[in-house]
Write a protein that binds this ligand. Sequence first.
Ligand SMILES: [Zn+2]
Length: 247
Amino acid sequence: MAHPSVITVPAFGNAGSHVRHFFGTRRHAMGLGLEVGIPKKGMTGASSSSWTLSVKQVHGTEALVVDRALAQTDRFMGGWDALVTDQPGVMVAVRTADCVPILMHDPIRGVVAAVHAGWRGAVAGIVPKTLALLKSRFGSSPEHVRVSIGPSAGACCYEVDEPVLNRLCQEFPDWKNVVRMSEEGKAHLDLKMLVKEQAQGVGVAPRFITTVNLCTICHEDLFFSYRREGKVNGTMVSAIGLPVKRG
Ligand SMILES: [Zn+2]
């Protein structure tokens, strides 16, 4: 069987609002032609009349909120690691290699988010901060939000050093839940688990959290990996958007 070019999860389809989403693979990333900060119309994996927007990512915790229709002339030249929109036909996208792509959807309030979280952003709380923004700006109750955690560096491979562990211990009291010790005595960070625990910590229902348990470092055939390849050869694109309204 040929490898799929994108990965989808049932979590969003079950909400009944036809939200579009995908977690991309290295094959999918080829030839998308997505330019950073510039909306692109009619991209693969989305409908021909929808826009896709990806912006410069800076390993911070700030979110860009797109609350109006996009136009060809729009430019978003700042840096943001979360993109939030309530606009039908706008796919918000993040680019990752080993960092975690996280997609969110609140079917009650009709709002979606795409989040890029490496260890810095995750430890600094980008996921709870984005959920807080959904609440303050759009009235989203965390218990209604679907959260899907995509392919990233897994605890199997993601060795971290002392500065990372120190930051983690300062910011996340339950840090022991998300660190595994290897047989060689090296600390491995479970980024996906960290994100999951943070989401649950602010009230997201466990049954609404899904995790794509694939490691980007292990799966060379499916994913680019900065850690494995030692340089940036490419990034995967993951996105989510509300469907274009008919009529
Ligand atoms: Zn692995």
